[in-house]
Design a protein around this ligand. Structure first.
Ligand SMILES: [Zn+2]
Length: 413
């Protein structure tokens, strides 16, 4: 007795292939099929093999009618929980202002902090829910969500309360991250004093919450927080049982990649300017690189050296970095930038939003369709995975399944 069978996937991309090339890693099954029981994948193979199997009763059979089927996409880096917007910053950046100068003038993150602090939980949940829904319609079944627009205990608790509600209400699975060091709020004269406040007061209080986040994260960047400030904060986070992430070297080489290796981060993200030594250290320690080309585009800064990072031996994941700075809700668009701007192959880009993204959030039950993984998958109205980064700007997702249940799309597939 099975809950669901899917048949006739033109390409069933399992992302559970061998460890050779990215293309081999995709583990493609033509005319593929899968079986789901108890929200998990219990079998994959060809439709013909399934026909020869005695399955007994199957609750529901989905005919993918030759379409592409992939694992549910995992977005490993978002700041999707915020109030307000910053559409004027596009004009300011077009007239020559930089992300860092806008932030230094009280705009950027600090503006979002004011707007998020001023929102009610219902307003924050409503605004964020619309973005979660949009990602889901684009095939995302799991996403990491960061706090970081509160900057004090009350503000961060407000965001964590919204995340708790969204976890109950949204079909997209959320993996929360406490972003303790995002920006120094006004009211603290020096950065060191703020790092001290967050590390000694806010972080332990967040760690005691019943809904404590899985990860702790910090923004290691010239003009924001130094590597030694992030090191202190991340080590304290580790002592309290958090897994670690870091925003590293986005605009300038700030020692972030090396620090990620030193303190044992699960992922280091951005990496636009990281040194070869830093990347080498990450590869040695198995830190996953999360690249965010949509943000590079918005800030008009160079893309990360994806090929160099892969050649050094790091796994590369991709994320939208959905935030009020770079309001990107389309993984397909990010895959396209990864292929056009960073010269990743379509296979590497898809692994970036599936298997490697799951590694970036430390979840081996996601990002692949193999026995025992969560039955999260997407039916795309295109014949091959190569169309995902190629055909950008439309909506080609036919149906989205989470733990074997359809959460988006028509009943017909
Ligand atoms: Zn970020």
């Amino acid at each position: 007795m099975f809950d669901l069978a899917l048949v006739h996937a033109g390409e069933l991309v399992t992302c559970a292939g061998g460890s050779g090339t990215a293309e081999e890693g995709l583990g493609i099954v033509e005319d593929g099929a899968l079986l789901v029981s108890g929200g998990r994948i219990v079998w994959t193979g060809t439709t013909r093999q399934l026909r020869q199997k005695s399955t007994g009763k199957v609750e529901r059979t989905v005919d993918a009618r030759g379409h592409l089927v992939t694992p549910g996409l995992v977005d490993p880096h978002t700041h999707a929980i915020f109030a307000g917007s910053r559409e004027d910053e596009l004009e300011r950046k077009a007239s020559g202002e930089s992300y860092i100068s806008i932030l230094a003038g009280g705009g950027g993150i600090l503006r979002t902090v004011r707007e998020t602090r001023a929102s009610t939980t219902t307003e924050l949940v409503g605004a964020s829910r619309a973005r979660l829904d949009q990602l889901m319609m684009n095939g995302v079944t799991t996403m990491e969500v960061k706090t970081g627009y509160g900057l004090d205990l009350a503000g961060e608790s407000h965001i964590l309360a919204a995340i708790r509600r969204l976890k109950e209400e949204s079909a997209v699975e959320l993996i929360p991250t406490f972003l303790g060091l995002h920006a120094k709020p006004p009211g603290f004269r020096d950065v060191g004093g703020y790092v001290d406040f967050v590390t000694r007061k806010v972080l332990p209080a967040v760690a005691r919450r019943r809904d404590r986040p899985v990860f702790s994260d910090s923004f290691c960047e010239e003009g924001v927080f130094t590597a030694s400030e992030c090191s202190r904060y991340l080590r304290a986070s580790k002592d309290l049982g958090f897994r670690l992430k870091i925003h590293a070297d986005e605009f300038a080489e700030s020692g972030g990649a090396a620090l990620a290796a030193e303190v044992g981060c699960v992922s280091a993200d951005h990496l636009g300017r990281s040194s070869a030594t830093g990347i080498g250290a990450m590869a040695k320690k198995g830190v996953t690189a999360v690249l965010l080309p949509g943000t590079s585009l918005y800030s008009s800064i160079p893309y990360a050296d994806a090929r160099g990072i892969m050649a050094a031996g790091c796994r590369v994941a991709l994320g939208t970095d959905l935030s009020p700075n770079s309001w990107v809700e389309s993984p397909q668009f990010v895959m396209s930038l990864a292929c056009t701007g960073m010269k990743m192959t379509p296979a590497q880009a898809l692994l970036g939003f599936t298997k490697h993204a799951a590694e970036a959030v430390a979840r081996d039950d996601l990002g692949a369709l193999a026995i025992g993984t969560q039955a999260d998958f997407v039916v795309h109205r295109v014949p091959s995975y190569r169309f995902l980064p190629y055909r950008v700007g439309g909506s080609y997702v036919n149906a989205v399944f989470k733990r074997g249940k359809q959460i988006y799309g028509s009943g017909e597939n």
